[in-house]
Design a protein around this ligand. Structure first.
Ligand code: PRT
Ligand code: ZN
Length: 210
């Protein structure tokens, strides 16, 4: 049987909890920060440590059989993968935010305005669903400084505590998308006994946490 591969985030907000859930499944592996692949010593599984943005495509293309990544990332790249399980961590909401002094208070107020985001696909769908025409400016990071620099009238970004918006003089409205970390699988993955065993272990770990 071919060794299964699971892709998880190398470093960042989802790394620690992704490693934790696999360790709680009784899997033994080295979690070297420098290596890209770790071999599980007591189960036929390899762990690939990747940028979160690359995980949906690796799984879609079958380079990894399984992956742990935020729903926001999967939706943004429109990846054709199977959702197996919500994992209960990495929870956040994509919201629209405007400067505190802005007169924009709802989605209709965005008509003709410029919005900075790292999630152009998700934002465009939200605008279309609300029949709003706006200019979407795609930037890869530090989206919250957009309005201050005159780059945009509003932003669309991930919010968890709201602290970042607050400290940048921005107020949120509108829920564009809710997200959390999910376990995904390649559509071509063979449902063999190793896969079934691993999924059972992951589900038991999640149940024990409830
Ligand atoms: O290096 P790599 O590309 O792998 O990582 P990354 O920098 O792209 O992502 P990372 O590690 O920041 O986030 C990974 C995933 O965590 C995201 O795709 C989300 O699914 C999830 N997540 C949960 C978050 C947050 N909470 C979050 N708060 N991702 C980002 N943020 C950022 C947000 O962009 C904003 O800058 O935190 C700030 C807001 O946080 P609050 O608490 O101030 O509201
Ligand atoms: Zn990323």
């Amino acid at each position: 049987m071919k060794t299964l591969k699971i892709a998880i985030q190398k470093s960042g907000r989802l790394n620690e909890k992704s490693v934790e859930i696999l360790k709680n499944c009784g899997l033994s592996f080295e979690n070297y920060k420098s290596s890209l692949i770790s071999t599980v010593t007591n189960f036929p599984l390899e762990i690939l440590f990747l940028r979160d943005d690359d995980i949906p495509e690796y799984v879609q293309d079958g380079i990894a059989d399984l992956g742990i990544v935020g729903e926001n990332v999967i939706t943004e790249v429109n990846a054709d993968v199977t959702y197996l399980q919500k994992l209960g961590f990495g929870k956040c909401t994509l919201k629209i935010a405007v400067p505190n002094e802005s007169e924009i208070t709802d989605v209709s107020g965005l008509e003709g305005k410029a919005i900075a985001t790292s999630y152009p696909v998700i934002l465009q769908k939200y605008l279309d669903d609300n029949n709003v025409n706006a200019v979407v400016r795609t930037i890869s990071g530090s989206v919250e400084i957009g309005p201050g620099l005159g780059l945009s009238d509003a932003i669309c970004d991930i919010v968890s505590t709201g602290g970042t918006l607050k400290s940048n003089g921005l107020k949120p409205f509108g829920e564009v998308m809710k997200s959390e970390a999910v376990l995904i699988a390649s559509k071509g993955m063979e449902l063999n006994e190793d896969v079934i065993e691993l999924l059972q272990r992951i589900r038991s770990v999640l149940l024990a946490k409830e």
